[in-house]
Write a protein of this length. Structure first.
Length: 295
């Protein structure tokens, strides 16, 4: 068991999918504090922001580890997969080690979530329950979400509305309609990341009877849907601003370039598409955050 094997299992490059909406949610909190006179409800709480980040990252690491474990057990992950090597396939880590690490990160994520509920309101526990259930049923259970065409919907909900609305509510104790557009944008981009992953794996997933959304749509349909998700995310992001963007306008060429690449890349080339789409999500969060603070 090496550090490299654990890093491969945790998939640190994918963690920007959690980082991006959490960052944006906290910037939305700062914007709200600056633009309203509701300072009596408390200034920005850095400790809470850190706890939100810990909760989000731990739950994503947990779902990554669970995905490795259950995909290996079900025969989805084999030596023929087109994606990056999985540590259970190449023998880098044992099944027992991966399963224990999954439970550990899940427990830490739940503990962080409980602290957030204690600080906020009992209603927040419903969001926590949804997130934990999403982690536990994404690749496991009688009807795994990822095996029944619901993977994109799950990440849309968790990394979009839940991450944005939950992160905002914990800090301020209320919600506003201004959160709708950025929440949907983040969810659409997260779904696009998942769609690339599933488009790459259509052939091997079908062999293992894993019926993803990409498997239902086919390679061409998945590529068109990918472009639509990115375009809608950018439009909704622009709608969240009250003045023309100063920084997020640079997203347009990046989006069109990725849409063009998606139509042409095949097989293992989609690994680069996956990483670049995840980075687009972080770029979107960063540039929109800068525009919101200047809005």
């Amino acid at each position: 068991m090496t550090i490299a094997s654990w890093l491969a299992a945790i998939r640190p490059k994918t963690l920007v999918i959690s980082l991006a909406p959490i960052l944006l949610s906290q910037v939305l909190v700062l914007q709200e504090i600056c633009q309203t006179s509701r300072l009596g409800q408390g200034l920005f709480n850095i400790s809470l922001a850190a706890l939100i980040l810990v909760c989000g990252l731990c739950l994503q690491v947990a779902v990554n580890l669970a995905n490795d474990y259950y995909d290996f057990k079900s025969g989805v992950d084999t030596a023929n997969r087109l994606g990056p090597d999985r540590v259970l396939v190449n023998g880098g880590l044992s099944e027992a080690a991966i399963h224990k690490a999954y439970l550990l990160f899940l427990a830490v994520g739940i503990l962080a979530g409980l602290f957030l509920v204690l600080h906020s309101h009992a209603y927040l526990s419903l969001i926590g329950i949804i997130c934990v259930l999403a982690v536990m049923t994404y690749s496991a259970g009688p009807l795994p979400l990822a095996y029944n065409g619901l993977g994109e919907l799950a990440v849309f909900v968790v990394f979009g509305p839940i991450a944005i609305l939950g992160g905002f509510y914990v800090q301020l104790g209320y919600l506003t309609t201004d959160l709708i557009s950025p929440a949907l944008s983040m969810g659409l981009l997260a779904a696009a990341v998942m769609l690339v992953n599933n488009t790459r794996d259509i052939s091997t997933d079908l062999q293992a009877n894993k019926k993803t959304l990409a498997a239902y749509l086919g390679a061409r349909g998945s590529r068109y849907l990918y472009g639509l998700l990115l375009f809608m995310a950018v439009v909704l992001g622009a709608m969240s601003l009250h003045q023309p963007p100063r920084f997020s306008y640079i997203l347009l060429p990046a989006v069109f370039l990725l849409m063009w690449f998606m139509l042409r890349r095949e097989g293992q080339e989609l690994n680069r598409q996956l990483a670049q789409t995840a980075m687009l999500m972080l770029l979107f969060s960063t540039t929109l955050s800068m525009d919101l603070l200047l809005d």
